[in-house]
Ligand binder design. Sequence first.
Ligand SMILES: *Cc1c(COP(=O)(O)O)cnc(C)c1O
Length: 836
Amino acid sequence: MDATLQNKLYSADTALAVADEAAKLPEATGDARAFRDLILAKLTYAVGKDPIVARDHDWLRAVSLALRDHIVDRWMATTRGVYRMGGKRVYYLSLEFLIGRLLKDGLNNMNLLNTAREALASVGVDLDMIAEMEPDAALGNGGLGRLAACFMESMATVGVAAYGYGIRYENGLFRQNIVDGWQTESPENWLANGNPWEFPRREVAYEIGFGGAVEATEGWDGSAVHAWKPGETILGVAHDTPAVGWRGNRVNTLRLWSARSLDPISLDAFNAGDHVGALAERNRAESISRVLYPADSTPAGQELRLRQEYFFTSASLQDIVRRHMQQYRDIRTFANKAAIQLNDTHPAIAVAELMRILIDIHALSWSDAFTITRDTISYTNHTLLPEALETWPVPLIERLLPRHMQIIYAINARVLSEARSSGASDAMIAAVSIIDESHGRRVRMGNLAFVGSHKVNGVSALHSNLMKETVFKDLNTLFPGRITNKTNGITPRRWLMTANPGLTTLLRETIGDGYLDNAEKLVALERFAKDAAFQDSFATIKHANKARLAKLIQQSVGLRVDPSALFDVQIKRIHEYKRQLLNILETVALYNAIRAHPEKDWVPRVKIFAGKAAASYTAAKYVIKLINDVARVVNADPAVRNLLKVVFLPNYNVSLAETVIPAANLSEQISTAGMEASGTGNMKFGLNGALTIGTLDGANVEMLEHVGADNIFIFGLKAGEVEQRRQSARNPGDTIAASHALAEVLDAVESGVFSPTDPERHKGTVQTLRTSDWFLVTDDFDAYTAMQRKIDALWVDGPAWNEKAILNVARMGWFSSDRTIREYSDEIWGVPTLPV
Ligand SMILES: *Cc1c(COP(=O)(O)O)cnc(C)c1O
């Protein structure tokens, strides 16, 4: 705050006097003045701070609470509306929500961004500065969790009455530090300064049981009645966060569960003087919502993880059924009023839990209960990686959830007898069974979710087709038509409007506001793709975004990079199938080539990486180290003359993505074909005017169809070819020997050129490539390198590059998650949406 204003404010006794005083200041006008008064009232009465002593954090909290008031008005109105109309509600169950920050996105959606900026400026506070202090809510690992967050925003935008259900982890995804080039992890305490967005609902609490036994008695008609008597019970307590759609169309609810002990302290133990021991039970119960499992694409095989899954699924289903009964008082209409979407198999136990509620508590017959369950539930598959398909040992489920195990067996018996009567072979019976008998007895959560759902979807066209040929081949034969595709999308509010205000403004000036409400109207931009004046403005904005990123790079890793160089970006979880290794090896090849031929016209490039590796994923951690090792050598080599820089930005999260993506020229989407289910990073980059270098994998295939082959750089083996090569007796050694550049790169890495203090360090990585190379890095290396040189050639032709970049923006509208949500609404949930 500036000193004169401070003096003025200091003279005021109370917040109202402060507000009166501030109202006399000239800058704030109209709505901004009212909003400033609201902020000052929040600062005084909710934060309890005098403006004169308020810190940046206090202002952040005050403006967040002021915005929240506006949101709550819409929230009440829209929630009341669906109640009155008796409409169907959608319930999105997800173990992860990768939310990021909420202030700017909320202001933007409520059309208060400029108002808030002006209001804060009038008291000497910079909105953009304090917005950066908001913690990044990382209640998820990567794409799957971010999809859930984009869907929450899009459901509110297109007018779907929806609740998101998940876990309120006290510690979200770990913070990544880079120490001497290695990843280290530390806890991320996103709640340290409180959370202004959430409303704790202590009165909305459900009992969640574990263990114990099932008692069978005889019902009035002689049939068996089952009652589960859990050995242990904990409480799930709701915390609600409003989820605002574009223009405040709707405000939905994200309800996250926190675990509490039913009996917070053991009074006997406390009385007996064992004050610490008395709290042990409480700690044990509350550990369920303590921490997010940091595994990406592999299930964490821990009992606590299964407890987390059942905990949030059960609390959510109890809440959904309670809401239905309160309003309609008839469980038989449940499927007409509720659609439950399972985001991956993490909530798949919902199939058995809903059956238990319907049969054991609401006394429905098996067949009525199963019809309702299947008509209500649908399931989204996110991966084909065999090691990522979730299974749990039968004895574990039997011990933790004995009634559910009975129900799973009973469902399975019916599925298998149906299969048998339709003439299935033994092999087919084994494949469709919910119980995997081949690796000890395990429950296949994917099969459970499949048979308990009316629709099962993949997340890109390629992925959905591969599902029919691989994991769910036999289930697809048994239940034809159940598998459907819903290609992922991203919300353009966060990923264009909030992340790239410069481009947003230019687009509005050029094609009007229509695209803000319907991203597919971005096609109107096509006719400006060759327009020299438009290209200039477009390039100026990209340059400004790059200058901003260059500043961040300087602050974060102390490296100076030139914003006029080609910014080549790969940011995503570190995983072998995503092939950051291919990228860094090509970087080494480029380094060698620049030194071998300094006379050539090399295109200056900055190679930018970011991403977290699962803490236990050693191969991925070595990739991070290799990138940093290469960076250290290349960035310090004068022979490179600043033609090449390599950067690894630590602690990739949503907020970092929002800064990096608008500054990218080239987007790396280079997974081994057939392994990336969809990708959504690819869409964010395209929408922000980066060109893609990528394989024909996931949604890249559909990006190619939308932007046209001239505007995307596709290389490498296709999914079918990958499959063929893996089945053939290939020898990566031959592939390496046939590529001079690759052989040279691998020799250098293996011999310690980039790790002189520990020459053996990357030997293991290289040996894996020479012997097995499951991810076909060596097979695709030459095609990738050749495509990078084609990209260099295009880069020198500025107008040609810009034309393609503009066409990417113009043609990415289809990848809005609004489109995805409309498809789910029409074809899976059966709920209406607002007209486009
Ligand atoms: C979009 C996003 C992802 C997913 O990226 P992919 O490139 O599709 O793997 C992961 N993490 C964050 C923070 C994201 O914003």
